[in-house]
Write a protein that binds this ligand. Structure first.
Ligand SMILES: [Zn+2]
Length: 496
């Protein structure tokens, strides 16, 4: 297995220290709902973890939660609630999103506010060894005390200096020195320390937590490419200076960032789509397929078209898996082994998820062709299903809800693109059914204009009507709000 290591800038043979792969991935700062950029990072590392397990490794996966930070304090103050209340709320929201996206939980989620003693121990150790100094209640890392600062981002100190906004702060010895401990400001949450009341800086948390839960040397350290500098660069100098063990992490893996138009999707650019918004329109499988359709290190551009394409991709895989094998297992069978090999080859080559996904689409196509030709497909279907589920974390096909109810003599089929968690509320289906009934009556009266109007307006809300011999098929591409249906009925003068 080969992995691309940011530290060396090359693909390297993957040789963990033992049978258990020690993996640390930087977690969230819970001050708002997560966006698709977060989904990308956690889906990528979910697939990497799943693949390592598939290849027989044990994995110990730690992901931190930065539950104290300037952004949390600012937002909590604006909302008039405590920082811990705000962080608690958005930590719950984060787990909710991760569960819906079928992301397996890490083994440990340490929270910064619960790890203060370990953080203080590491800071004190750095001071004792001359790598850090206290000044007016804060503590700073002395970047000139190490010779290899910048080795991860491959930049010189001067280049790094011009790349970031440095707060000069009169108490710092050197502009690039960064805070390990921040002296408390009035009204902020703070903890007791040898340097007075204060709170930890962001970078030191990750060093302290990874040391505590995974030891001096990690096998894999992951995160988004935007964390390479300064965050991961700082983690390296903190951890290596404290333990004396190099390297702090054998393999540094960084995922590409999600773009919205020209810009990186982030809170700071104001251009973002939250995971919850996306889940309102697309299935979890579609979101995973969208993210896995490009190599994990490449940038990915979010667009409705790309998500629609991913949704039909999910449909294609589901169809291939759901086909009935008419042969009863007799006669010639489709051999899926070459596809399984190609899938493993792709994933062994720096987790080439895009290539692996493409192999599954090829297999789905071949299953359909073989099924049409009367070849036995059930073994190939299980291969497709197990790779899609076990490694790529797709839920196929349970994410679809199909149910048939009767309206006005015609069959109303409710199908497609709905996760189990998103069952259509009765209040919504009752209104849709009422609109369908009205349309059936219009057609009986040959009022084609009104009948077309109802169909068009429902389509705008994501509800597709198709006329068949049996009646009208209703497909929910998404679930419209009760209010939007209520408004539509008012406008068309239809009683509920
Ligand atoms: Zn981190």
């Amino acid at each position: 297995m080969k992995v691309y290591n940011t530290l060396s800038g090359q693909k390297e043979e993957f040789l963990p220290q033992g049978d258990e792969v020690k993996m640390y991935v930087c977690g969230v700062t819970p001050y708002d709902d997560c966006h698709i950029g977060h989904a990308m990072s956690y889906i990528v590392f979910d697939v990497i973890t799943r693949y390592l397990k598939f290849r027989g490794y044990k994995v110990k996966y730690v992901q931190n939660i930065t539950d104290i930070d300037d952004k949390i304090i600012d937002r909590a103050n604006k909302l008039g609630i405590s920082a811990s209340e705000l962080a608690g709320k958005f930590t719950d929201s984060y787990f909710d999103d991760m569960d819906t996206l079928n992301i397996e939980r890490a083994d440990i989620y340490p929270r910064a506010t619960e790890e203060i003693p370990k953080i203080i121990e590491v800071i004190q150790g750095l001071i004792d060894k001359g790598y850090a100094y206290a000044a007016q209640g804060s503590v700073y890392f002395r970047v000139n005390s190490v010779s290899d600062y910048g080795k991860l981002s491959h930049r010189s100190l001067e280049a790094m200096m011009s790349a970031c906004n440095i707060e000069m702060g009169r108490q710092k010895e050197y502009p690039m020195d960064f805070a390990l401990w921040k002296a408390a400001k009035p009204g902020e949450p703070s903890w007791e320390s040898p340097w007075g009341q204060g709170r930890p800086g962001w970078h030191i948390e990750c060093s302290a937590m990874s040391l505590k839960y995974l030891g001096d040397t990690l096998d894999i350290h992951g995160g988004g490419q935007d964390l390479v500098f300064p965050h991961h660069e700082n983690e390296i100098v903190q951890s290596e200076s404290f333990t004396g063990a190099k390297p702090f992490a054998k393999y540094w893996l960084h995922n590409g960032l999600v773009q919205l138009g020209e810009d990186k999707m982030s809170k700071s650019t104001g251009k973002l789509i939250t995971i919850k918004e996306a889940l309102g329109k697309y299935s979890p499988d579609a979101i995973r397929i969208f993210i896995l359709s490009s190599h994990y290190r490449s940038p990915l551009t979010y667009s409705e078209e790309a998500l629609e394409a991913a949704e039909s991709g999910a449909d294609r895989l589901t169809q291939a898996i759901s086909r009935h094998d008419h042969t009863g297992g007799k006669g010639e069978a489709l051999d899926a082994e070459p596809y399984r090999k190609q899938f493993i080859e792709a994933m062994d080559d720096d987790f080439n998820n895009a290539q692996a996904l493409a192999v599954l689409f090829d297999l789905a196509r071949e299953i359909n062709q073989a099924g049409d030709a009367g070849t036995s497909i059930d073994k190939a279907q299980s291969t497709l299903l197990s790779l899609a589920r076990e490694v790529l974390g797709l839920k196929l096909p349970e994410t679809r809800t199909v149910r048939t109810v009767s309206v006005g003599g015609g069959a109303v089929k409710i199908s497609g693109r709905l996760s189990v968690r998103r069952i259509i509320p009765d209040t919504v289906s009752a209104r849709v059914n009422r609109l369908v009934e009205e349309r059936v009556n219009c057609r009986k009266e040959k009022n084609w204009q009104r009948s077309d109007e109802i169909r068009k307006r429902l389509a705008e809300l994501g509800v597709i009507l198709e006329d068949t011999k049996a009646g009208t098929d209703v497909t929910y591409k998404r679930v419209p709000s009760e209010e939007s249906l209520e408004n539509l009925m008012k406008e068309l003068r239809i009683d509920s």
